[in-house]
Design a protein around this ligand. Structure first.
Ligand code: PBG
Length: 326
């Protein structure tokens, strides 16, 4: 008799498939990235990310409350300053009354400890050249001068109520410098979700519109080469040694192999960021009637979990959490 092994037996009914499912996806696994913009009267659509907006402080509060009601695990906030507030050093990203810190304060007073409030700790939205750090006299991103700015930015975000900071600039030593600054200021309980393995990806395209980026050129002197795998393990080791409380791989879907290896190696929770281009691709294909949107979203999120992510940052967090609760 052939075949003697019949894996299809366990796929026969929905109940059987449910019983033997290896990977779960729950609302608490999802983190919603959000954009708050300065000088808006009403939320502004991001054309390359249909369904995602730049928020006003008011709409930010409402959307955050809705996400928390839907059961998401946390929120990750990005600030979008007015063009005239950008400068070479990204000062408006650090100022306590800059839009990102105002947004954090608004969310912190609205939500307290009922969710996990995270902040992007990076200067690119706030610099007039669009790079993640300050430049030296040759126009190159100056690693160590940038670290000093990140330390200030971290303190401002901790003061504004962030539970976790997300250093995303890929400067060497950023996690250690931020940890030391937080500890010295008494913020020993504020943690870091370190963007440890972050690649120089074409899939960040729509994010540039989302934050009104001024970037000319690319980030290849600080973000990683998509060709490299081993380098990510090195980056994770360094961030863990410097005190990262969680590590992240970004983007997600083109880097599931890296995510798996990081997950196997990490002694702290691992996150993956399903980025703007991943959102845009699925949204565009679905809008053309080429794929089933909701099924594709859930499959993508499940795949990222299967590859080893404890936590998934996704622009679908609120919506997917709603589906999962039903
Ligand atoms: C840097 C940052 C970026 C993203 C998150 N943090 C942009 C970049 O590195 O170029 C991209 C997120 C996305 O594409 O959804 N502050």
């Amino acid at each position: 008799m052939f075949p003697t092994e019949r894996p299809r037996r366990l796929r026969r009914t929905p109940a059987l498939r449910r019983l033997v499912g290896e990977t779960s996806l729950e609302p608490r696994h999802l983190v919603l990235p959000m954009f708050v913009a300065d000088g808006l009267d009403e939320p502004r659509e991001i054309s390359s990310m249909p369904g995602v907006v730049q928020h006003t402080l008011d709409s930010l509060r409402r959307a955050a409350a809705e996400a928390v009601d839907a059961g998401v695990g946390g929120l990750m906030l990005f600030g979008v300053p007015r063009d005239e507030d950008k400068d070479p050093s990204g000062a408006s990203g650090i100022a306590p009354d800059g839009i990102l810190n105002r947004g954090l304060r608004a969310l912190s007073s609205e939500l307290g400890d009922t969710t996990v409030l995270m902040a992007d700790t990076c200067l690119d939205e706030f610099t007039d050249h669009g790079h993640c750090g300050v430049l030296d006299s040759n126009g190159a991103v100056d690693n160590d001068a940038t670290l000093a700015r990140y330390a200030e930015m971290a303190l401002a975000q901790a003061d504004a109520g962030a539970h976790l900071l997300g250093p995303s600039g890929m400067m060497d030593g950023q996690v250690g410098v931020i940890r030391a600054a937080l500890d010295a200021a008494g913020h020993t309980d504020v943690g870091q979700l370190a963007y440890s393995a972050k690649y120089a990806s074409a899939f960040y395209g729509p994010f540039r519109e989302a934050v009104g980026s001024s970037l000319q050129g690319d980030r290849r002197t600080y973000q990683q080469n998509p060709a490299n795998r081993r380098e990510s393990l090195h980056e994770v080791d360094l961030d863990l040694a410097e005190g990262a409380d969680m590590v992240m791989v970004k983007p997600a879907m083109s880097y599931l192999d890296v995510l798996r290896e990081v997950a196997d190696r990490s002694t702290v929770p691992v996150a993956a960021y399903q980025i703007s281009g991943e959102y845009a691709m699925i949204t565009a294909a679905a809008a053309n009637g080429w794929i089933d949107r909701d099924a594709a979203v859930l499959e993508s999120l499940t795949s990222i979990r299967r590859a080893g992510a404890d936590i998934v940052l996704t622009y679908w967090a609120t919506e997917a959490a709603g589906w999962l609760r039903r």
